[in-house]
Design a protein around this ligand. Structure first.
Ligand code: ATP
Ligand code: MG
Length: 559
């Protein structure tokens, strides 16, 4: 986290609590994902916030799986969540599961029944909704609200014992049917669901609702600052009510604005649809806003943490431009990526005055941004090279500082060449360009005194390896696909993936390191795809080299 910026509102709250000695100087936060999908960049914001806050104030963070809904949850998701949090660079103090508290939660419910603060209701979901009233009209009690403590205890035990089918009964808190806060109008605590749970198996057929699990789990763990997104503001009164009535640890809930990113969707339900309906390869498709997708695309943990730091913590919703995320990965890769040459759309160049069977070895630094260049690699040079088709024009306009007949360029790390002619096939496509080189212009030993404006990349035909290169564009064509009139999938960008099956790359890239970023000079940052093999190299473009996006000014008024 940068030192200059002023405190965000959550840091202010924590500092105040530390100053007044609330919670005896302890800070314990939690990250509470529901294991019903893979984590996305929005979760990264929550992770950075929860773990970041604890780290800053000498506290700890629990990883708690909010696994109270047996139907949609799965162990695959649990594993992926753990992998992603670790990969982002955070260590949790305890790995916990809300389902481990099912016995305690059941006891808590019994306490409330005994206090006359909970009752078993036989009404249907529709009846309950109708009896709740409207924001301007109080709800109406039904006959079940008057059940005795003994009857409620017996019925609740029977619910647990599996005597009733799904939906036959619910347990409700007896709070206030006239409350201005609809969430306090006798909210549900338990529902019957005869479903197998990925951890508790068939032990339970009643499951607690979010509102009767989350705050209680916080209290059981003695969480000091329970941070969630703004849509939970209306739940806060109920969160406090349960804790007060149960007289358990006084955890407190605080809300911040969720991250919204343009040109994508972030609800797990929608991401799951993209996967199951085959619009993307999987949860970790490099176009997905998931942590695993970003990782496969070539994003680094540092770039994602930097992004989360830059967007800050606000109390009002806004939309963040995806180009800020791209800015952050460029910043990081510019400092760390090794430079290599790759020709994505090849055309052959023949250097007519270069000996036919000669090969020279040029030298290229790995990373000119790093001190000492982090070493380098040898680049074979020979008479025939692949160059980028767009670096040649039959009829170049003025100020085209690349190749056309009569024009000269420097070949990166090698010689200056001048184009003399080109060859076309029967259809009129240029198939080959012919150049001559200046022997005295070799990079690092140039005595030619010739100045050329352009430098282009190349690979030697005899030495190049082939690779499949995948270029990505935004997954959606509109900024906010969830907020359009039609189904969000109608706004998918049909050109979000472009596959170049036959790119030529430096032979050195055959031993590219998985997970490492490479700058393909002039073409962007790339990384090996997880499906890449020695026989078939596959690279993903993480991001292009440039964008019109400007770094935002640091906020004013920092300490
Ligand atoms: P989704 O709507 O994608 O299913 P969720 O909120 O149901 O998300 P959870 O697994 O319950 O997903 O979320 C775990 C934590 O991450 C919660 O504290 C939640 O508030 C937070 N979170 C989820 N989405 C975002 C987001 N876009 N920005 C910031 N925090 C988020
Ligand atoms: Mg949720």
């Amino acid at each position: 986290m940068s030192e200059e910026r002023s405190l965000n509102f959550l840091e202010e709250i924590v500092e105040e609590d530390l100053r007044t000695g609330k919670y005896a100087g302890r800070v314990l936060t939690r990250f509470p994902p529901e294991p019903n999908g893979y984590l996305h960049i929005g979760h990264a914001k929550s992770i950075c916030l929860n773990f970041g806050l604890a780290l800053k104030y000498g506290g700890k963070t629990n990883l708690r799986f909010d696994d109270t809904n047996p139907v949609k949850e799965d162990i695959e998701y649990v594993d992926s969540i753990k992998e992603d949090v670790k990969w982002l660079g955070f260590e949790w103090a305890n790995e916990l599961y809300a389902s481990d508290y099912f016995d305690t939660l059941y006891e808590f419910a019994v306490v409330l029944i005994k206090k006359g603060l909970a009752y078993v209701d036989d009404s249907s979901a529709e009846e309950i909704a109708a009896q709740k009233g409207t924001p301007t009209e109080a709800g109406t009690p039904n006959q079940f609200r008057a059940r005795s403590v003994e009857e409620n205890l017996a019925l609740f035990a029977d619910m647990k014992a599996g005597k009733y089918p799904d939906g036959a009964k619910v347990l409700r808190a007896k709070v206030d049917l006239a409350s201005h806060n609809m969430h306090l109008r006798d909210p549900l605590m338990y529902r019957i669901k005869h479903a197998n749970h990925h951890r508790t198996g068939d032990t339970w057929c009643i499951y607690p609702m979010y509102d009767f699990a989350h705050g209680q789990s916080d209290a059981i763990e003695e969480i000091t600052h329970s941070i969630c997104t703004l849509e939970f503001i209306p739940h806060r009164d109920l969160y406090n009510w349960f804790i007060e009535q149960l007289e358990i640890f006084p955890s407190k809930q605080y809300e911040f604005a969720r991250l919204n990113l343009n040109y994508t969707v972030m609800s797990k339900r929608k991401l799951l649809q993209l996967v199951t309906e085959g619009h993307v390869e999987d949860w970790d498709d490099p176009r997905m806003p998931t942590i695993s997708g970003l990782r496969r695309r070539g994003y680094t943990p540092a770039s994602i943490r930097d992004f989360c730091d830059r967007i800050g913590v606000a109390k009002r919703e806004n939309m963040i431009d995806v180009s800020l995320l791209e800015f952050c990965i460029r910043e990081d890769l510019n400092k760390t990526a090794w430079r290599r040459m790759a020709v994505l759309d090849p055309i052959k160049m023949v250097i007519t005055n270069y000996p036919e069977d000669e090969t020279e070895t040029m030298f290229g630094e790995n990373n000119p941004e790093a001190e000492g260049g982090e070493g380098g690699r040898e680049i074979p040079f020979s008479r025939e090279l692949w160059i980028e088709r767009e670096d040649f024009m039959e009829e170049p306009p003025k100020k085209f500082f690349r190749l056309g007949v009569g024009l000269s360029v420097r070949l990166k790390s090698a010689y200056i060449v001048t184009c003399n002619s080109f060859v076309k096939d029967a259809e009129g496509n240029v198939t080959e360009i012919h150049c001559t080189y200046l022997p005295e212009s070799k990079s690092g030993h140039d005595t030619s005194e010739l100045k050329v404006k352009g430098t282009i990349h190349w690979v030697s035909v005899a030495h190049a390896k082939t690779a499949e290169v995948r270029l990505y564009d935004r997954l959606f064509q509109v900024e906010d696909p969830s907020n359009e009139d039609n189904d969000f999938k109608e706004y998918l960008n049909p050109h979000s993936l472009q596959i170049l099956p036959n790119a030529y790359i430096e032979n050195d890239l055959a031993t590219a390191i998985p997970g490492k970023g490479y700058q393909f000079i002039r073409k962007g940052y790339f990384t090996l795809d997880k499906h890449s093999t020695a026989d078939k190299l596959v690279f993903n473009r993480t991001v292009t080299l440039k964008d019109s996006w400007k770094a935002p000014q640091p906020p004013k008024g920092g300490a």
